[in-house]
Design a protein around this ligand. Structure first.
Ligand SMILES: C[S@@+](CC[C@H](N)C(=O)[O-])C[C@H]1O[C@@H](n2cnc3c(N)ncnc32)[C@H](O)[C@@H]1O
Length: 266
């Protein structure tokens, strides 16, 4: 990862928390790890998913790693504030894991592969530290799955700015659709992928607020300067795109986005 496209600022930290809180049931309702089992969470960031994992599996032993020392510190504080004691944090690179072969019963990855230039190598590295009976869970988004009402060509262009910038940093914001081939190529077996669609309309105000506004549109807004600096859009065009995305959060607007969740055996 040459440059983390979302950055590590306070706003991004809040966005990740909003995203995790809004999507907890959709993405993690069926994620549970057995009491006493060992779990590696790779790319834990500020701990938005870590707390959920810890609460859903209070007796599992979770090791959460990230490249960023600052994010790990925020994650540690968040887990402490939630009164959880089954998580250990460690600064580490997913491509150079400081663990022996076959250490963990489970591996959990959420919104990490989208930032990596070589996701298959990362998955191979994670497979190495899984026990033979182990299982990996991967959750990723796919910006190409976005559609909304009222439709807007300019809003779609603003979204593509994020996709292009992420690609320039070596990532792939459309990675969700590739989970099956990526896991297969990395040597995992029994790969099962389930698409999880967020559908937000006026009858679901918590999703409109938590997802359409605070998660998705906030994320696209976050690349405004980078998109303008890279001459992908003018400032005026970009701002129209953002206004059009917020327009889909009004009472007669609709917003759809699909995440992909994969489970595979070592
Ligand atoms: C979008 S954040 C996701 C954080 C968290 N999983 C969540 O869902 O809220 C991606 C995280 O992956 C971390 N990361 C990127 N490359 C990494 C690598 N090679 N090894 C470990 N962590 C990495 C980044 O530092 C960042 O915290």
């Amino acid at each position: 990862m040459s440059a983390y496209v979302h950055g590590y600022g306070e706003r991004e930290s809040r966005r990740l928390q909003d995203q995790a809180a809004t999507l907890v049931e959709l993405l993690h309702g069926d994620t549970q790890f057995a009491p006493g089992s060992t779990v590696l969470e790779a790319g834990c960031g500020v701990g938005a998913q870590t707390v959920i994992l810890s609460e859903h599996s209070p007796d599992a032993l979770i090791t959460s790693i990230d490249l960023s020392a600052r994010s790990l510190e925020l994650a540690r504080l968040k887990v402490e504030a939630a009164g959880r004691s089954n998580v250990t944090f460690r600064q580490a690179d997913v491509f150079d894991l400081p663990f022996a072969d076959e250490t963990f019963d489970s591996v959990f990855v959420c919104f990490l592969l989208e930032h990596l230039a070589d996701p298959v190598s990362a998955l191979r590295a994670l497979r190495r530290v899984l026990k033979r009976s182990g299982q990996i869970t991967v959750v990723e988004g796919d910006h190409g799955s976005t559609f909304f009402h009222p439709d807007s060509v300019v809003a779609r262009r603003a979204i593509r700015c994020q996709v292009q910038l992420q690609a320039q940093s070596g990532g792939n914001a459309d990675v969700g659709r590739s989970l099956y081939p990526l896991l297969d190529a990395a040597g995992f077996g029994d790969v099962r992928v389930s698409p999880r669609m967020v559908y937000a309309d006026g009858s679901r105000p918590h999703l409109v607020q938590g997802f359409t506004r605070n998660t998705f549109t906030a994320m696209i807004e976050g690349v405004r300067s980078a998109a303008i600096d890279a001459a992908l859009m003018t400032a005026d065009e970009f701002d129209v795109g953002i206004r059009s995305l917020y327009r889909t959060a009004e009472h007669d607007g609709v917003f759809c986005y699909t995440f992909f969740k994969a489970i595979a055996a070592r």
